[in-house]
Design a protein around this ligand. Sequence first.
Ligand SMILES: NC(=O)c1ccc[n+]([C@@H]2O[C@H](COP(=O)([O-])OP(=O)(O)OC[C@H]3O[C@@H](n4cnc5c(N)ncnc54)[C@H](OP(=O)(O)O)[C@@H]3O)[C@@H](O)[C@H]2O)c1
Length: 215
Amino acid sequence: MKIGIIGAGAIGQTYAKLWNAAGHNILLSSRNLEKLTPIVDDIGPAVQAGTPAEAAKFGEAVLLAVNYWTLDQAIAAIRPHVSGKLVIDATNPLRRKDGGGIERTIGGDQIAGLILAAKLPEARIAKALTTLWTGHVERHADPAAPKTAMPFAADAPEDRETVARLVTDAGLVPVSLGTVARSRPLDPPSPIWNLVLTPDEVETRVEAFRRAEAA
Ligand SMILES: NC(=O)c1ccc[n+]([C@@H]2O[C@H](COP(=O)([O-])OP(=O)(O)OC[C@H]3O[C@@H](n4cnc5c(N)ncnc54)[C@H](OP(=O)(O)O)[C@@H]3O)[C@@H](O)[C@H]2O)c1
């Protein structure tokens, strides 16, 4: 599959490597082509470098992997090119606090995937890859015997199938949480965020989280 990746940091590079190894065609992008060229050369000859607009044009699916504070800028760059396409949103609604630490940037009752869907109504949004630190992914992704869960959400069954395949191709076990409207557990804070869990552990924790939210 042709995948355009917006953002060439920890997430962009990690999944570019894993998906390239699984046979996908990748165009990795950032705002700074000079910085990007050696990164892409390092990943392998089949991976291309380009601008965010070029990555959005290139991809049958587009992975959004920028920091939340530059998300609107990334959306503006890709928006003309993602109509009808699957946009997989890996971003977490976080910012760095003055004096250290991180904090959520959206309201407690808001869902990041729905905010993105409102900003990019012409695209099909999936929320995925948000809950696992890339250090965990690198250590636990095992295409030969995947056992680490990667929960995700998408609205259309065919998009859930595509995301599940890409998660599997990255060596992880896909766990669907349903539609994007039900993707709150994929945003921090949540009992499945930044943890290495099995599929059963994800399902149990999500169920308990949803019960507590509904109470
Ligand atoms: N790191 C993790 O383990 C992890 C895990 C799950 C989810 N996430 C989420 O994934 C997102 C990316 O995290 P990260 O750790 O990969 O961040 P990162 O290492 O800081 O990389 C962000 C990348 O995005 C690029 N970028 C910034 N603004 C851009 C724009 N407008 N258009 C195109 N590229 C842009 C940056 O390069 P330039 O400045 O050169 O453009 C940089 O390559 C965040 O929302 C994070 O919360 C991260």
